[in-house]
Ligand binder design. Sequence first.
Ligand code: STR
Length: 510
Amino acid sequence: MWELLTLLMLTLAYFFWPKGKPTGAKYPNSLPALPLVGSLPFLPRHGHPHVNFFKLQRKYGPIYSLRMGSKTTVIVGEHQLAREVLIKKGKDFAGRPEVVTLGILSDNQKGIAFADHGALWQLHRKLVQAAFALFKDGSQRLEKMICQEISLLSDFLATKNGQSVDLSLPVFLAVTNIICFICFNFAYKYEDPELKIIQNYNNGILDMLGKNTIVDIFPGLKVFPNKTLEKLRNCVKMRNELLSEILGKYKENFSSDSITTLLDILIQAQMNSENNDVDPDQDLKLLSDEHILITIGDIFGAGVETTSSVVQWIVAFLLHYPQLKKKIQDEIDQHIGFSRTPTLRDRSHLLLLEATIREALRIRPVAPMLIPHKAVVDSSIGGYAIDKGTNIIINLWALHHNEEEWDQPDKFMPERFLDPTGSHLISPSLSYFPFGAGPRTCVGEMLARKELFLFMAWLLQRFDFEVPDDGHMPSLEGVPNVVFLIEHFKVKIKVREAWREAQAEGSTYN
Ligand code: STR
């Protein structure tokens, strides 16, 4: 019996012990690792992973590796090395690891965010980019639509004058409608029950992904009953049902004469591939209804969860820095006044607001470790060998909090993005990638920047945000998830006196 057990242990150890490195190649420093469990016992159990990984840099340097189950993961925490991974050797590292939870969400790596490097990802990314290009036609179609949604949001908030509200739902409604417009040229009424469904499954998906379930490290465990996976599957099912109903209806009315949305672009590509005799199922295999659904789902999830989170982070920081809020409002009053609402053309004048948005994306990045990358070929980073299949995490948090790059990195200081006279924006450091970079860079960056600017400019023109009467300040700690969320908080909404007076005056002239 004992012999058998020993033999079994030895065999397991042989297969799971970190493999000896080929001679000559220099690999990154490695955390200790045990058979089977890898480096898991050596990782801090508390605190935010991005902060813990940043601290480990003191001991192991700006690039080090660890083992999760049987997989090697390399953590990169310095901007030159990050630039090499994302840009210089972007193609080598454009893969995505296969993860159980994300596999459920992406129906086995369909879509664009979590799809591995390859023809599928390339095609869908190209189509999404083509869809964003539709809105660059000079007609300001997108800008008008964003402003219309923000106008509805503002009117809603005005009804809450003097009250303390949680902004998450109203902001969620506005950003959902903006992404609906891009995908389907359609907007929900605020009272539409479908919005509640979307919010529910979105929150469910985020909650379950945030649980850091152990099956993502030991995929073999997925055969056992697992509450988290079950709930995730349920939420994904709800999402897929809702989206496939929308897609079905949309297809009935599709006309190739008027291509104005992301879904038009995807359906058109699907039809073209169906009619293509030369290469009948090349693209068709990659453009089934299931593929289209996951791509739309990615754009939906990314478009909603990121922007609404950042808007809330900015409001929270402004509650902590009321002087800054006042200065941004002065800037708005001076350049825009109250006779009209802000437009994107004001971006070149509202520099302190732009700087504040940039600083928020630095100090609380939407994805503090981006989305994990994977080496698709044998390659190297900073002269260290990286084997094909190795997972790479860019610790953006480390880049954005590096003391050699940023003066007092833990302080919220939008001025750092302005020259000393405050008359133009500057890039104070290269250690800054709020949207990633290279082949996997965020496809929605332009949309996000437009939305953030317009949301904040409109809201600050009309409202004062104040700490609620109970004195509860928002926590700036954050909840790390696929998105670095902020804990729910309330803000007291007050229609600005100056805005009210201007409206009254305006109406007497009319
Ligand atoms: C949010 C919840 C949801 O319903 C669907 C998705 C899929 C796309 C995800 C999104 C998520 C969270 C934010 C992501 C986005 C793809 C790109 C974006 C991870 C899980 C970021 O990189 C921040």
